[in-house]
Design a protein around this ligand. Sequence first.
Ligand code: HEC
Length: 129
Amino acid sequence: MKRLSYAGPPALAALACAALLGGCQRGEPAAGAADIQLAETLLPAEPALARQYERSCRLCHASAASKAPLTGFAAAWEARLRQGMPALLEHVRQGYRTMPAKGYCNDCADADFEKLIQFMARDGKRGAA
Ligand code: HEC
């Protein structure tokens, strides 16, 4: 699915804002067009995990419109990872703000969630997990 609208002025404006004013946006680091494109292409290497990812996490975490931290966009995950894996797992199980409980993956075990989080949070330039 193409999301060219996010490659346009809004993304550039957010970047310029961060660059010129030393980060006038609080909270989430702004993803650029390349980050969004990367998030759309990454898939876990393990086939079973890739299937779970494709029908759940990917719906939001590869879409800038959802406001979820993007897959492979490490900057968006840094502060979240500092909470530690147990807290992240709890947030996935229970749901977190606008994220639904279990991220729509009802057959995901904790071990799957952990692998999915590690896959999404890693720097995409190092390649898919
Ligand atoms: C319906 C959309 C949606 C789906 C599906 C989804 N997420 Fe999320 N996720 C979000 C949003 C939005 C946030 C950011 C919430 C916030 O901080 O406001 C988020 C945040 C997270 C976080 C960070 C939580 C924290 O404590 O900061 C983790 C971890 C996460 N998602 C994992 C997953 C996993 C694993 C899957 C798939 C099994 C998944 N998500 C599926 C929307 C989704």
